[in-house]
Every structure is written in structure tokens, then in C-alpha cells.
Design a protein around this ligand. Structure first.
Ligand code: TYM
Length: 346
């Protein structure tokens, strides 16, 4: 993977993508000419943050390097059903439209990528969803996801829908995602071969930590914990400066004398996980910070410049993507094929 990923190999070298299942089988299939396909997704519950978009940049890169098809599932159904979200149906449609632009901004190939909203597409695939759902019993989903008597029945059924795209081709499916999505793939691996398909392969990333500290999760209900793709430069600067958890010392004098701790410093961790691919530059920042040469404010400034530069480029590509959504959803080669597929026969 390191060889293939080239300049982005830092994502595996630094163990941001740190775990895998059957990745070697997918790579073997590629070498033997059988190939594999990629599948990933997004639950449109609000604006996307840096952690979400990292998955799509990584998936897009794999598509480019391996020349594979990519299927992107946008689970408007899941986010409508999740009671804690309190989202109306129109809310989920709005966020699906917005999130799709962010996803397309990462540069997927229009003829090799199919992006679909569940509420629009999965009715078409219902015969295959039935086959999946018949093999998943109540005790299993309850044990895997911790459902209770209060969970609505839509959520009980939903895992069949997230498993569906792993069966879009008879080839092996490789799924890049953060580790939180793995329970679905564990169920998939129990049932796929019985249905005549491959067990899904996966490559898992860690979570990009919230700005506010290494424990906890970035959360839409706490905007200060994350940088969203629609945050303007002022917001980025003020979130990083005011809210980012620092491993620096209380005073400049103390910091110069004792140095900072990059291991708990979120701005450093964000550079490590995504924003500073260059190992030499990163090592220098770490050394300077530890020795006290680099101050907390200066480290934060480095991160702010990286994020605002990234977002500026992202916003530009997002605007360009506006005119191409229908290719990815309907008229591109792969999209057309998916709409023409007869799922009764699969
Ligand atoms: P969602 O919308 O919660 O997350 C979208 C993708 O982002 C990953 N992710 C993160 N990655 C790094 N750092 C973080 N802090 C972080 N938070 C979330 C998620 O693991 C995911 O890869 N049920 C799914 C939608 C879905 C899906 C899929 C995701 C449907 N099919 C196939 C991945 C693969 C969801 O709600 O994702």
C-alpha cells in the first residue's frame, strides 16, 4: 500500500489507516487482473467535518491508483430513523444534497463512480435487500448494535441496507471507513458467502480527534469540537485559537524552558493525521515544539494556515462539482448500469 499510495502513503505509514481485513486478498485480486471495487458512505446528518472528508480523499486516491469502481451510499434513511438526531425528512434531503457536493469535490471519476441516496435508489434494489435481511436475525442485530425495546423497527432493518452495496458486484468489495462502521462488515462477512458473494474487505482509520481534546468525539451538537467544511476563515481561526486543546505550558517562559507535549496537543495531532504529509516538516515541528522553540500560538498558526488553504481549494472544487451531480447519480457509465440492473436476478 505504501508503494502504491505515493505521496499519500503517510496515511498508512503513520497508522491513520491502522487496521484491515482481507486487504491482501483485494490486492491479490488486483494483481491477478480480477480487480475489486470500493464502497464507502456518508450519513447526511449535517455539515461534514474534516474527519469525514478524509475518508473520501483516501477512497478517491485508491480509485485513482487501482482504477476501480466506487459506490458511495448516502444514508438519508439512516439519519432520518436515528431518533437522537431529531431530523425531519426534508432536513435529511437538504444535507444529502449538500454533502454530495463535498464528496464530489474530492474528484471521483464520473464514469466509475455511482453515488446514491438510499431513499431514491434502494427501492430499485429491494429484491436483493430482502435476501440480505432474511439472513440477519433479531438477536444478531441487537447484540451487534445494542438495540433495545425502544429502538424503532426501521433501525432494525437498516443494517440490510448498509450491507447492500457490498454485493453490487461479484468481485471483492474493499471498504475504506473509520473503525466505527466495522460492525456492519462483521455481519456482512457472516452472510455474504451464503448468498454467493465475497466477504467484504475493509481498511479502517482511526478517528480524527475533536479539537477540544483527544478523548471524546467530534459532534454536530458541539460545533466547537470540529472544523466543518463550510466554516469560514474567521471561524477556523477562532476555533483553533480559542478551543483547540494544547499540550503547551501555561506561560511562555515555562514553555521555552520545559517544552510542549505534542502527544496530547490537538493542533499537532491534526497535522500528524492529515494536514502535514511531509515527514521532515512534521518531525521538525515536533522537535521544535518539544524543545520549546515553537510556541503554542505559533503551532496553532501553522495549523490554521493549513486548514484555511485546504478549505479554500475544497470550496472551489465543490462549486465546480455542482454541474456534475447528475453524472454521478444517473447518467455516468456506472450510474446508468446500476439503474439498469435487474436486482431480482442478482
Ligand atoms: P458518517 O456520516 O457518520 O461518517 C462518514 C465517514 O466518516 C467516518 N468518520 C470519521 N473519520 C475520521 N475521523 C472522524 N472523527 C470520523 N467520524 C466519522 C466514518 O467512519 C465514515 O467512514 N452509517 C454511515 C454511512 C455509511 C457508510 C457506508 C460509511 C453507509 N455505508 C460505508 C462508510 C462505509 C455513517 O453514518 O457515516
Amino acid at each position: 500500500m505504501e508503494k502504491i499510495l505515493g505521496p499519500a502513503s503517510y496515511l498508512v505509514k503513520r497508522q491513520i489507516f491502522f487496521s484491515q481485513r482481507d486487504l491482501e486478498l483485494a490486492l491479490d485480486d488486483h494483481e491477478k487482473g480480477k480487480g475489486f471495487f470500493l464502497y464507502t458512505g456518508r450519513g447526511p446528518s449535517g455539515p461534514m467535518h474534516i474527519g469525514h472528508i478524509m475518508q473520501f480523499y483516501f477512497t478517491r486516491l485508491l480509485q485513482e491508483k487501482f482504477g476501480t469502481n466506487v459506490y458511495v451510499q448516502v444514508t438519508d434513511d439512516e439519519k432520518y430513523l436515528e431518533a437522537k438526531r431529531n431530523l425531519s425528512y426534508p432536513d435529511t434531503q437538504h444535507w444529502a444534497d449538500e454533502n454530495i457536493l463535498d464528496i464530489l469535490a474530492t474528484g471521483f471519476h464520473p464514469d466509475k463512480t455511482f453515488i446514491f441516496q438510499d431513499t431514491e435508489f434502494v427501492g430499485h434494489a429491494y429484491p436483493l435487500i430482502l435476501k440480505i435481511s432474511k439472513r440477519i436475525n433479531y438477536s444478531l442485530t441487537k447484540a451487534v448494535f445494542g438495540f433495545t425495546g425502544e429502538t424503532n423497527v426501521g433501525m432494525l432493518f437498516y443494517p440490510s441496507i448498509q450491507i447492500l452495496p457490498t454485493l453490487f458486484e461479484k468481485r471483492r468489495c474493499l471498504i475504506p471507513a473509520a473503525i466505527d462502521q466495522d460492525p456492519y462488515w462483521r455481519i456482512q462477512r457472516d452472510i455474504a458467502e451464503g448468498l454467493g458473494y465475497h466477504k467484504a474487505a475493509a481498511i479502517h482509520s482511526k478517528f480524527v480527534p475533536p479539537l477540544t481534546g483527544l478523548s471524546d468525539k467530534m459532534s454536530s451538537s458541539k460545533p466547537e469540537t470540529a472544523i466543518y467544511l463550510d466554516d469560514d476563515d474567521y471561524t477556523v481561526k477562532s476555533k483553533v485559537n480559542k478551543r483547540a486543546f494544547s499540550g503547551g505550558r501555561a506561560t511562555v517562559e515555562e514553555h521555552r524552558r520545559l517544552g510542549g507535549d505534542p502527544d496530547i496537543d490537538v493542533p499537532f495531532q491534526w497535522l500528524y493525521m492529515f494536514f502535514e504529509p511531509n515527514q521532515h516538516k512534521l518531525d521538525k515541528i515536533r522537535d521544535d515544539y518539544k524543545s520549546g522553540r515553537l510556541l503554542t500560538g505559533e503551532l496553532k498558526e501553522i495549523l490554521v494556515a493549513k486548514i484555511t488553504g485546504f478549505l479554500k481549494e475544497h470550496r472551489k472544487k465543490r462549486e465546480e462539482a455542482r454541474n456534475h451531480v447528475s453524472e454521478f447519480k444517473h447518467s455516468g457509465t456506472l450510474a446508468r448500469k446500476m439503474w439498469e440492473t435487474d436486482f431480482e436476478k442478482l
